[in-house]
Design a protein around this ligand. Structure first.
Ligand SMILES: Nc1nc2c(c(=O)[nH]1)N[C@H]1C(S)=C(S)[C@@H](COP(=O)(O)OP(=O)(O)OC[C@H]3O[C@@H](n4cnc5c(=O)[nH]c(N)nc54)[C@H](O)[C@@H]3O)O[C@H]1N2
Ligand SMILES: Nc1nc2c(c(=O)[nH]1)N[C@H]1C(S)=C(S)[C@@H](COP(=O)(O)OP(=O)(O)OC[C@H]3O[C@@H](n4cnc5c(=O)[nH]c(N)nc54)[C@H](O)[C@@H]3O)O[C@H]1N2
Ligand code: SF4
Ligand SMILES: [Mo]
Length: 697
């Protein structure tokens, strides 16, 4: 008998929509199949650790249900009846239908729609080159980062902060509104290192007891949307008890005296009522932060997915300025490193062809757009044709009732380029098979760290699956898009151009040799000791809300009413007598948004769709563990099973994970209940800000 051959290991990067962007090593067997995926040990941020769902990626890559052929719909929309066709026939039909749409209502009736199913800059963002070459409608990206980024940048003027590896050098780590055990494992690696080496205290602030909180020294379960109140009370104590660094603020902040005066009434007693935390809990947290100059605040996305989320993020980010924590190694507030890389996207997206006058439709409002809402359509023509890549709106977008109604429209021509027959693909007229990350070349940058990484093509794609870039370039040519150098370039050429036309003169060759580029700015810059991101170098306690230097479609929502200084802003979807509970739709550990809902081991680990509720609430409703329950509000109703305990506060319901709509009894998924309202000041979906009624089935 021959010994089984040992797989070779190749370097790559995890492509998923996760701030960790892990440096990985992939086992590849001689027959072209992959084995396990490992975290790269010599990458200082990944430090050899990745999440379980990606470690067992072979299950997703070699899944028997991968799409391998282009398909054309033969039955009614959503019936899952398709026939196989050739690539040529598929591309011809798309071309004909897109040109027809353009002729009838103008180019803006075609809407390329995409998101971060892959975070590779070439495969993800090239769709904007098609958009620019054809003057199609643009897309305003509001699913994920808008509120968090805007809230953070409001204070600092820049999306960057202390080196995330410094977490390991902190004496206290405050993990705020994120659940890293599930959503970005590496944060835990570095926080635990700080605990082991320096006896650092770990604080976790969430709306229920998460797996992350189980590992914390101090776990605070507050009411959804009350984080700014907590932040204000903490700052109140810092000023009250002599922890505030007035000298630092004088030099580095815009209005410290005004802030101090304003916070006099924002006491722990005041915040206790809003947050549902005890005065002692708030005092304990404030004392720890005040006494510990090396406090590293790791601010997540979760607590910003509220109508007042931008205000909450800004308020939390102010604490490290009041305490002067930014001056110390291991201290300061970090959210995301987006601003440090400076990668030039002009070729990938064909910036020279962009027309900024053309509308950018809000992706979260896809339901309203497709059902003809005039405001959502920005008073422009209807959308009658779509190309969708890297996202699954008929599952992840809010207001699912409208989303499903919209995608069912007979006069809408929908093309979905996918790896699996998702619920969105099921609504398509043409489905195109897509490659996975190990089957194409791409470049990735960290959100939660400081590396640029390369992910090369390592294995052949199954059947006729094709990369996004190939599909887009084929379509641009057939559709007669305006000429551009980028249309003819391979992924490797795009990556090389991008690097060389940014600050990385070594191009792709250097990146391939080094495996990752460490782009961490020096200590002074990262800690804003040369000044914050605004021209005067000062942190803003009083942001100019309509003019934050963040990506935006212009001010929206009730931005005029935003508090001038950090404060509790009472604009959330609060309980009423009809809908007395607040629902939060937190991520599930074994899924990644709607991804991995096809892999058996993930589904097995997650079990079935559940909603956690407090023991006392359950008792009042006559609900017991495992009972079938219905969550409802004016947007619809969703069936799940009860999980009774003391993980959230009374009045809060937590449903983990975006299960497929079909996994719920009446075919309505969790996003039936969520809202697509635009939050202030630049939009973004408030996925965790929902009121509901609960009843036993
Ligand atoms: N396993 C897994 N990993 C993921 C994802 C996934 O779905 N599953 N999603 C990926 C994506 S796209 C993203 S953007 C990131 C997001 O990662 P995170 O930054 O972790 O953000 P969220 O997933 O929105 O929510 C994180 C936590 O915020 C809590 N939360 C909700 N409302 C509030 C509030 O008002 N106050 C406070 N303090 N906490 C609140 C939730 O209960 C949840 O535990 O994770 C990525 N990683
Ligand atoms: N209720 C609720 N809803 C939420 C959230 C929540 O917390 N609660 N979170 C929101 C957030 S933060 C986000 S980011 C969104 C994300 O939601 P989605 O944008 O749907 O993200 P994913 O599920 O990660 O990926 C979508 C699809 O991309 C496909 N894909 C991956 N790589 C490629 C590729 O190279 N080419 C092509 N053509 N396809 C590819 C995958 O197969 C997958 O089906 O969900 C949002 N929805
Ligand atoms: S932790 Fe995030 S980046 Fe790392 S392997 Fe898992 S999904 Fe990918
Ligand atoms: Mo996200």
């Amino acid at each position: 008998m021959t010994k089984p051959e040992k797989p070779q290991r190749f370097a790559s990067a995890c492509p998923h929509d996760c701030p960790s962007t892990c440096a990985v090593e992939v086992e590849v067997h001689a027959d072209g199949r992959i084995g396990r995926i490992h975290g790269a040990r010599d990458n200082e941020y990944t430090a050899g650790v990745i999440c379980a769902k990606v470690a067992r990626y072979a299950e997703r890559l070699h899944h028997p249900e991968r799409l391998t052929k282009p398909l054309r719909r033969t039955g009614p929309k959503g019936s899952n009846q398709f026939e196989e066709i050739s690539w040529n026939a598929a591309l011809e039909e798309i071309t004909e239908k897109f040109l027809e749409a353009e002729k009838r209502h103008g180019p803006q009736s075609v809407w390329p729609y995409f998101f971060a199913g892959t975070m590779g800059l070439v495969q993800r963002d090239s769709i904007n080159r098609l958009r620019n070459a054809k003057s199609y409608s643009g897309m305003y990206q509001t699913f994920c980062t808008n509120m968090a980024w805007t809230g953070y940048i409001a204070g600092t003027g820049k999306l960057a902060g202390p080196d995330p590896r410094e977490m390991a050098l902190a004496d206290a780590v405050v993990i705020w509104g994120t659940n890293p055990v599930a959503t970005q494992v590496n944060v835990m690696t570095h926080a635990i290192k700080a605990r082991k080496k320096r006896k650092a205290k770990i604080v976790v602030i969430d709306v229920y007891q998460t797996e992350t909180m189980k590992q914390a020294d101090i776990g605070l379960v507050l009411k959804p949307g009350s984080d700014a109140a907590l932040a204000c009370a903490v700052m109140h104590v810092l000023f009250r008890d002599g922890y505030a660094d007035r000298e630092y603020m004088e030099k580095y902040a815009d209005a410290p005296a005004q802030l101090e005066d304003h916070l006099k009434t924002r006491s722990p007693q005041w915040a206790s009522k809003i947050t549902g935390l005890s005065v002692e809990q708030i005092e304990e947290l404030a004392k720890l932060i005040g006494e510990t100059k090396k406090t590293f605040f790791r601010l997540g996305y979760g607590f910003t997915r509220q109508r007042n989320g931008v205000v909450s993020m800004h308020a939390a980010s102010c604490i490290a300025v009041v305490g002067g924590h930014y001056q110390y190694e291991g201290g300061g507030a970090f959210h995301n490193n987006g601003a440090i890389f400076g990668l030039n996207m002009a070729m990938v997206e064909a910036h020279s062809l962009a027309d900024n006058e053309i509308r950018k439709l809000d992706m979260s409002q896809v339901g309203r757009v497709l059902t003809g809402d005039k405001e959502a359509l920005m008073d422009g023509p209807p959308v009658t044709a779509m190309l969708i890549q890297n996202t699954n709106p008929v599952s992840v977008a809010p207001e699912q009732t409208l989303v499903k109604e919209g995608f069912a429209r007979e006069d809408l021509f929908t093309v979905v380029h996918e790896q699996f027959m998702t619920e969105t693909a099921m609504m398509a007229d043409i489905v195109l098979p897509a490659t996975q990350f190990l089957e194409h070349d791409d470049i990735y940058k960290g959100g939660g760290h400081q590396n640029i990484l390369f992910g090369p093509k390592l294995v052949e794609a199954p059947g006729e699956a094709k990369p996004n870039l190939w599909v887009l370039n084929e379509l641009i040519e057939r559709l007669g898009g305006t000429a551009h150098e980028g249309h003819k370039m391979t992924a490797r050429e795009h990556i090389d151009w991008m690097l060389k036309n940014s600050k990385y003169s070594g191009g792709l060759q250097e990146l391939e040799e080094k495996r990752w580029l460490d782009c961490q700015p020096d200590f002074e810059e990262a800690h804003y000791l040369n000044g914050f991101g605004y021209e005067d170098g000062k942190f803003r306690f009083k942001p100019d809300w309509a003019n934050i230097p963040a990506p935006n479609n212009g001010p929206m929502g009730s931005w005029q009413d935003m508090p001038v200084l950090p404060d509790h802003w009472d604009v959330n979807e609060m309980p009423t007598s009809d809908y007395p509970f607040r629902l939060v739709t937190s991520p599930a550990r074994s899924f990644l948004n709607s991804t991995f809902t096809q892999t058996e081991s993930s589904v097995k680990k997650e079990g079935r769709p559940t909603a956690m509720l407090h023991t006392l609430d359950a008792a009042a409703l006559g609900v017991e563990e495992g009972d079938a329950i219905v969550l409802s509000n004016h947007r619809g109703d969703v069936y799940l099973h009860a999980c009774v305990g003391d993980r959230p506060q009374q009045g809060t319901i937590v449903a983990e994970g975006i299960w497929p709509n079909a996994a719920h009894e009446n075919g309505n998924g969790i996003n039936t209940l969520t809202s697509a309202d635009q939050t202030a000041p630049f939009g973004g979906a408030a996925f965790h800000d929902i009121r509901v009624a609960v009843r036993k089935v």
